[in-house]
Each structure stands twice: as structure tokens, then as C-alpha cells.
Design a protein around this ligand. Structure first.
Ligand code: PNS
Length: 170
């Protein structure tokens, strides 16, 4: 029997939708750990642009080439999900010091709750200004988001926004 314990990390978030910044962190985490679980929060209070299923589908497609990455759904406490999945570490991207305050609070709370570790990974400076909400806002006004999200996400954004746009009166 192998004594090697699988090192499993979790990248949690809302991913509404996944951006190139998220993908950068997921890809880098996948090179550090044996397995990475992208955990998509089921958020009852937050109505996103994409449904939970759509967000999961997009993530599965854009991470398909990363063989040790899988996408899963979670609700409730992140520490409970990590315990159930036997993952001992959460990997989070930090874009700027402004992210640090809240991320530090969550990391310390999670550590206090169950000993779950958090690893902060500095975002690639190419993506340091990027967020799902900014991407949605730019796309809403027909701005170009092709450098900020994978092509299939840009396409899904275009289609969703076209469907939401009020039709001109006949
Ligand atoms: O993409 P987001 O919205 O920044 O992700 C935040 C997320 C999902 C990581 C955070 O809200 C979370 O962990 N939620 C689960 C509930 C929980 O465990 N809360 C206590 C955290 S200290």
C-alpha cells in the first residue's frame, strides 16, 4: 500500500462567471497539488447572471485540459465541504492589498473552525484589476472582454445579455 497521501486543494468561489484571473489561480494550484477541486458556491441570497449549473458547466469546459482539476458544488460552510472532500488547504488569489483584509478574516475564521489552511497566491499582474462583476458591467455596455474571460464565456455573456436586452418597439 502506498504511504503517499493525496494532497488535495480547494479553490472556492461564486464564479459568476469564471474569468482568466480565476483560471490562472486554478492552473497554478493544479501544478502545486495532486488534485484541485473548484468549489462553486450555491448562493441562495445572491441572484447571479448565470445559474449555478451554467457556472459549473463553464468551469468544467475551461478546465477540461487540467486533468487533476474537478468542479464541484457546495453550500454551507467551506470548512465542512473541505472536511467531506478530505482537502486540507484552500487556495485563494490576492489581486491587491484591498483583497487582503476580508480574505485574512475568512482564512483566520476557517483555521479557527477546523484547522483548515489557506494559501494566498498573488494574482498574475495581467489580471490584478479583473473581477466577475467588472467583466459583466463592461460586457453589458458592449465593451470587449475577450482578454479577460475564455472565449466560450465571452460568447455565453453575449448571448445572455442579448436575451436580457429589451426589444425595440415595432
Ligand atoms: O467568489 P467569492 O464570492 O469571493 O467567494 C467567496 C466564498 C465562496 C469563498 C466564501 O463566501 C465562502 O467560503 N462561503 C461559504 C460559507 C462559509 O464558509 N463562510 C464562512 C467563511 S469564513
Amino acid at each position: 500500500m502506498s504511504t503517499h497521501e493525496l494532497r488535495r486543494a480547494v479553490c472556492p468561489g461564486s464564479f459568476d462567471p469564471v474569468t482568466n484571473g480565476h483560471l490562472d489561480i486554478i492552473g497554478r494550484a493544479s501544478r502545486l497539488y495532486d488534485e484541485v477541486i473548484v468549489a462553486v458556491l450555491v448562493n441562495q441570497s445572491k441572484s447571479g447572471m448565470f445559474t449555478h449549473t451554467e457556472r459549473m458547466e463553464m468551469l468544467a469546459e475551461v478546465t477540461a485540459d487540467l486533468k487533476n482539476v474537478r468542479v464541484a458544488s457546495f453550500q454551507g460552510l467551506l470548512v465542512d465541504f473541505c472536511r467531506d472532500e478530505d482537502a486540507s488547504v484552500v487556495v485563494k488569489g490576492l489581486r491587491a492589498v484591498s483583497d487582503f483584509d476580508y480574505e485574512l478574516q475568512m482564512a483566520q475564521m476557517n483555521y479557527g473552525l477546523s484547522g483548515l489552511e489557506t494559501l494566498f497566491m498573488p494574482t498574475n499582474p495581467l489580471y490584478s484589476f479583473l473581477s466577475s462583476s467588472l467583466v459583466k458591467d463592461v460586457a453589458k455596455w458592449d465593451g470587449d472582454v475577450s482578454l479577460h474571460v475564455p472565449a466560450l464565456v465571452a460568447e455565453r455573456l453575449r448571448a445572455r445579455l442579448a436575451a436580457l436586452r429589451p426589444q425595440a418597439p415595432a
